[in-house]
Ligand binder design. Structure first.
Ligand code: TEU
Length: 528
């Protein structure tokens, strides 16, 4: 029967519903589109799908502004379709993970509308962080916190009070000291677990709890007024009891540079897993990658949680573009418009990174379109919708470049996304060259590489969770042994690398060179 600990070494595909597949032909992706592509996901060989928010939302932040967790946004479909999708996916061996955003709700959520209407001092306002302003007439925000996007974290309402929002003004922060906020989220978890959901991604998981005094920033203050507050652990322990009743799992979006603080969330009575941003942010450099892998395994081992490996998501620059740049780590500063990138180089490295990632112990996240090797798209400024674009006066392209509707069919309008209506974000010229149907027929394509590697990852004993052993290798070459006989070699040196005696299992590039060596920026799985 199905393994209870499937999540310890699962390959999890991230669907951004707006851009995955358009079933009703209106230019926006939807659940009908996902249902039609379930065979594609099964063929790809993933164990689960994580859906970024699909709930009722004004889409001020791509759905991370939820107006009602118990309703699917009509642009995406209905609750009935979501239930069918969950069941159909499960029948194909694919579990469903949904996204919960505890830090905030939409300003269109009934709670926030009621809070606005009820006025200062009302019980409705206590679900959020409303405060009087500073200054003689309350004309200054209550504290000095800057928002993650643009401007201050505070917005003033008509009656003169201000409310807190770490992200856009359309995303008011909830007050997690309030028992009703806690009860409601546990009820939302149960709602989705009852519908067959196997896991929950927790958005901005280190941010929801706030110092009740909401103090100004003070350099070196410990603890931070809203990042990684101790109160969070009790909240997630309570969530864990809900999940355990359904055998469901959590993956936390815990952005914390301190690995000891990060690991505190990964406990048998707290979160099962959390995203590994150390690996994602790591540049294409052999020593830095090896250190990132070793540090990750070392921080997970004592708490018994499996590591996760992530190359890309809906918030960061596409892998082939990142790896095709001179500065290859993920850094907002390198996201500027027009940063030069060598896509041929980036693609070679992304292929090698795929084999490395899929050879590591733990679970792997695969963002939609990575299996097609999509590059970051340049979105014309006037078409950019992501609120992050506005944070530095429009000089930051924001995150839409990795959210472009997928190319499915080479010889169809809009590369087969939908049926003839222009997609909500423009696809760049040449997008159909990446179409899934073309790649499925090409043994040398990125899609074929991912399919083959994912299939092997399932069939090779010893891949997935379990020990990793580094093998001696020349400078710039990473060689690691997993399964008794399976070795992954990645060549990040400038010269071809000699290989041990072996039988080739999988290569990211064409044949080895005439001396049987592994070319620069390629990887191999060997039986050795
Ligand atoms: O992101 C959390 C977060 O901290 C972001 O500011 C992140 O640092 C940024 O997007 C760069 O990677 C989550 C979601 O993944 C993101 O899409 C949402 O916009 C955000 O929460 C607010 O809900």
């Amino acid at each position: 029967g199905p393994r209870e600990d499937w999540w310890r070494d699962a390959a999890i595909y991230q669907v951004y519903p707006r851009s995955f597949a358009d079933g009703d032909g209106d230019g926006t992706g939807d659940l009908a589109g996902v249902r039609a592509k379930l065979p594609y996901l099964a063929e790809l060989g993933v164990d689960a799908v994580w859906f970024t928010p699909w709930y009722l939302s004004p889409l001020a932040d791509g759905g991370y502004d939820v107006a009602d967790y118990r309703t699917i946004d009509p642009a995406f479909g209905t609750l009935d379709e979501a239930e069918k999708l969950i069941a159909e996916a499960r029948a194909l061996g694919i579990r469903t993970i949904v996204d919960i955003v505890p830090n905030h709700v939409s300003d269109q959520h009934p709670w926030f509308r009621a809070a606005l209407a009820a006025g200062p001092g009302s019980p409705e306002r206590k679900l959020f962080h409303f405060r009087p302003g500073r200054g003689e007439h309350g004309e200054l925000p209550p504290n000095d916190w800057p928002s993650q996007f643009a401007g201050p974290t505070w917005t003033r309402v008509e009656d003169g009070e201000w409310y807190l929002h770490l992200f856009t003004p359309q995303q008011p922060d909830l007050n997690w000291a309030h028992p009703v906020v806690r009860e409601e989220h546990e009820s939302v978890l149960r709602f989705w677990f009852e519908r067959g959901v196997a896991g929950v991604r927790i958005d901005s998981a280190a941010l929801p709890a706030k110092d009740p005094a909401l103090p100004d920033f003070v350099e070196g203050r410990d603890p931070h007024p809203y990042v990684d507050r101790d109160e969070l652990h009790e909240i997630y322990r309570s969530w864990r009891r809900v999940a355990d009743a359904y055998g469901a799992v959590f993956v936390g979006e815990v952005w914390l540079p301190d690995s000891e603080r990060f690991a505190r969330y990964l406990r048998p009575d707290e979160l099962h897993t959390a995203f590994n941003f150390t690996f994602l942010a790591c540049p294409w450099d052999p020593d830095r990658l090896r250190t990132a892998i070793d540090d990750t395994l070392a921080e997970h081992a004592p708490v018994g949680a499996p590591a996760t490996w992530v190359l890309c998501n809906h918030d960061v620059t596409r892998t082939v573009t990142r790896y095709g740049r001179a500065e290859t780590g993920f850094d907002f500063a390198t996201k500027a418009f027009g940063t030069p990138t060598d896509l041929e180089l980036g693609t070679r490295r992304a292929r090698a990174a795929a084999l490395l990632t899929l050879a590591l112990p733990g679970s792997v996240y695969l963002y939609q379109g990575e299996e097609l090797g999509l590059p970051e798209a340049d979105i014309p400024r006037e078409r950019i919708q992501d609120p992050m674009h506005f944070r530095s006066g429009g000089t930051d392209p924001g995150r839409d470049g990795c959210r472009v509707p997928l190319p499915w069919t080479a010889d169809a309008p809009y590369a087969g996304f939908g049926s003839g209506t222009e997609p909500w974000l423009p696809q760049p010229d040449g997008w159909s060259a990446y179409a899934a149907d073309r790649q499925a027929a090409d043994p040398a394509s990125m899609l074929t590489l991912y399919r083959t590697a994912l299939r092997l990852r399932r069939s090779e004993p010893g891949l997935g969770d379990g020990p990793l052993e580094w093998l001696p290798a020349p400078d710039g070459v990473l060689a690691l042994r997993r399964a008794p006989g399976l070795v992954c070699v990645v060549n990040l040196a400038r010269t071809p690398a000699a290989l041990p005696d072996h039988e080739t299992v999988l290569l990211t590039s064409g044949p080895l060179d005439t001396d049987g060596r592994l070319p620069t920026d390629t990887a191999a799985w060997l039986r050795a």
